[in-house]
Design a binder for this molecule. Structure first.
Ligand code: UDP
Ligand code: MG
Length: 198
């Protein structure tokens, strides 16, 4: 079976990671966060990309797709599974083109989950996460401003690109996680994906 993919996009702090962990508990999807994979690679002893990744993350810039896409591809292969939530990717045109070059024929894109949330709420959440000890070097006001600029300039056009193909499932993400998840489930149930029996 060709691996099936759902891209999960939205502003920093819109709740992508939170919703992905809820989804992966109820549906048979492996959660792959591009940001987490990059942070892992940054920590890997001997990685030739560590410093570059740290600089990009701190500045809210996007890592070249060759690095990110190969981390995602490897994680997909290592999982031995066939359904994936790809959280926080593709974030710009370089990501989109790089994915399509290597992965378009190897995967089936089911849809794109898009979490909509105001900048004020997102900022508050990320700063709260930083204050609560996320340990992330980009959960501070200066990095957040840069991350938001990147999101508005580079990521929104990617969402529009998929919207033109009717692949975007838009979810309002300003309420509590359990409430947001109610809408998320509709998107998954609509394409006939079964929940894991428990
Ligand atoms: N990042 C990247 N490429 C990706 C995903 C993330 O370069 O495909 C970098 C980018 O610098 C981004 C940071 O990792 O600002 C954090 O991304 P993450 O998705 O973890 O942040 P979130 O949006 O979940 O707050
Ligand atoms: Mg995240």
């Amino acid at each position: 079976m060709v691996p099936e993919v759902v891209f999960v996009l939205g502003a920093p702090g819109s709740g992508k990671g939170t919703q992905c962990s809820l989804i992966s508990k109820e549906y048979d999807f492996v959660h792959l966060s591009a940001g987490d994979l990059l942070r892992e690679e940054r920590q890997r002893p001997g990685s030739e990309y560590g410093e570059m990744i740290e600089e990009k993350i701190r500045n809210g810039e996007i890592v070249p797709v060759e690095v990110t896409c190969s981390l995602i591809h490897k994680a997909m292969q290592n999982s031995g599974k066939t359904r994936f939530l790809i959280d926080g990717f593709p974030r710009n045109k370089d990501n989109l083109d790089g994915w399509n070059r290597v992965m378009f024929d190897k995967t089936k894109l089911l849809f794109v989950l898009f979490f909509e949330c105001s900048r004020d709420i997102c900022t508050e959440r990320c700063l709260g996460r930083g204050a609560a000890g996320s340990g992330r070097s980009d959960d501070n006001l200066e990095s957040l401003q840069k991350r938001f600029n990147t999101y508005l300039n580079d990521t929104l056009p990617i969402i529009n690109h998929y919207d033109e193909q009717n692949l975007v499932r838009r979810i309002s993400a300003e309420v509590a996680p359990e409430k947001v998840f109610e809408d998320v489930k509709i998107a998954f149930n609509n394409i006939g994906l079964k929940r894991i029996a428990n």
